[in-house]
Design a protein around this ligand. Structure first.
Ligand code: ZN
Length: 490
């Protein structure tokens, strides 16, 4: 029996008593992971499908090898092995010959102005870039999907570096809560369309670049056309449907996809280029269930984290455009800001990948919302099965002679931002072990920030046999809108 260290990703730590490392003894990966689920029962449904096999989206490494290249769950362990569970998080090739398209000769031949020579002089001094490289950058086109935390530094550095055409896809407006990390925007931009504000900022930085605004949602209907006009894509999205869409469109178009993602204090980056390495699906064949990985809006994120990850993406993009150095193709870079540690895991093309392998069965884009909402064994709210209550109806019930038991299922950090008086506080992850506290209540109303987590929590209670359970529609933010405007919305 080997003693091993199991490293848990941030999204699973809360279910394992908060620890990031667990020391376990077992002969195989399967035995150790079962042992882990035994010790922390809430982890079970995240790790195993109903048939008892490891879930498809759970990517496990032993030291630096993916168990899919070894004996999968049967992989034997030796003393001191490190078993890493690598999460897919939502929140970025060394192509030398078949890299991005060569810039059109006409653009490359236009001489640089005196101003440009001065502006780019620190690049021109680098033998690896020089005038030829700077011309390549000017003739390059990069698309950034998402003008948020990752897209901000990426867009700014690419503009500063002189990338000729920068496309941005986003359709949001700037919110005050964006300013903590989305450095493209100023306080005065709050309420403005993001792309309008970003355009002004980017052109202010470098009037020599052209910013193309795609103020729309990226969909299966428009992705190939939009992405098709660029040399490479920077994935700065914050949700799984768009992430898989970007990956699939890049594979189908044969373009590099510079990947980055962030979660609380942790980031990931890689370059997916299916012509010379794995794609995102090779690493994560399936998305995690919708309720496993909360967004930055729900989980929080260290503001400076996307600054680093987005800058890594910009670095990789510039290297790819210049055919310079060694890219992150085939490597997944993991960054832990709280411990200030970088780790790197090799990733390989999955010979069975449904998209980029020889046995590919998927030949086009699909319905990504459906793909990412696939009902797994995880508790899913089935539409219409969880009764909701409106903020005003709840206010009236709370004022009645027989008020319902109000339960706040948000995480403790959120309690400091806003509260509804009289609520019992039970974070959703702890609900299964605290249901005893709820028995006997005539009616239970659960609430969270937006109504999503409380609906899942209500479904759980209903499945456990509670009959009078409701979820507050729109969460505490809707309560702030309709009942108590003094509350902070977040
Ligand atoms: Zn693939």
């Amino acid at each position: 029996m080997a003693r091993t260290t199991v490293k848990l990703p941030a999204p699973l730590r809360a279910l394992a008593g908060g620890s990031g490392e667990v020391f376990l003894v077992g002969e195989t990966v399967g035995a150790v992971v079962r042992e882990l689920a035994e010790r922390y029962p809430p982890l079970r449904r995240h790790l195993f499908a109903q048939g008892g096999e490891l879930r498809n989206y759970v990517t496990v490494y032993v030291n630096d090898r993916d168990i899919r290249e070894l004996e999968r769950a049967e992989t034997t362990l030796k003393e001191g092995d490190v078993v890493s569970i690598v999460p897919s998080i939502a929140g970025g090739a060394a192509p030398s010959e078949d890299g991005p398209e060569i810039p059109p000769t006409s653009v490359a031949e236009v001489p640089f102005s005196r101003e440009e020579l001065i502006r780019y002089s620190r690049h021109l001094l680098l033998p690896e870039i020089g005038l030829a490289g700077q011309k390549k950058l000017r003739a390059s086109r990069v698309l950034i999907v998402g003008a948020g935390g990752l897209g901000s530094p990426a867009a700014l550095y690419l503009a500063a570096a002189g990338v000729g055409v920068i496309g941005l896809v986003d359709f949001d407006r700037v919110e005050a809560s964006n300013l903590q990390r989305q450095i493209l925007y100023s306080t005065a931009d709050v309420g403005r369309p993001k792309l309008e504000a970003a355009g002004a900022r980017v052109i202010g930085l470098n009037p020599g670049v052209r910013l193309v605004s795609h103020e729309e949602r990226l969909t299966s209907g428009n992705a190939l056309e939009i992405l098709g006009a660029y040399d490479l894509v920077i994935d700065g999205t914050d949700n799984f449907p768009t992430r898989y869409l970007v990956n699939d469109a890049c594979v189908l178009l044969g373009k590099p996809n510079v990947y980055g993602s962030i979660y609380r204090f942790e980031g990931q980056a890689s370059v997916f280029d299916s012509r010379v390495g794995p794609c995102y699906r090779c690493l994560f064949p399936e998305p995690p269930p919708p309720d496993l990985v909360p967004s930055c809006a729900e989980a929080g994120v260290l503001g400076v984290l996307p600054g680093l990850v987005g800058t890594i993406q910009a670095t990789e993009a510039i290297k790819l455009l210049l055919h310079l150095g060694e890219s992150l193709v085939g490597r997944l870079l993991l960054y832990d800001a709280s411990e200030m540690r970088f780790r790197e895991l090799p990733i390989r093309k999955n010979p069975e990948c449904i998209l980029c392998s020889e046995h590919a069965t998927q030949k086009g884009l699909i319905d990504y919302a459906e793909f990412c909402g696939v009902p797994g064994a995880i508790v899913e709210t089935r539409a219409g099965t969880v009764p909701e209550i409106s903020p005003t109806a709840l206010r009236d019930e709370l004022a009645s002679s027989d008020p319902p038991l109000l339960v706040d299922v948000r995480d403790p950090e959120e309690w400091d931002i806003s509260q509804i008086g009289g609520a019992r506080r039970i974070p959703r992850a702890l609900l299964p072990e605290k249901v005893d506290e709820l028995t006997g209540a005539r009616e239970i109303v659960l609430f969270c920030r937006s109504g999503k987590r409380s609906a899942l929590a209500a479904q759980l209670l209903i499945d456990l046999g509670f009959s009078h359970v409701k979820s507050l529609a729109g969460g505490i933010n809707a309560w702030a809108d309709e009942v108590d405007p003094s509350l902070v919305k977040y």
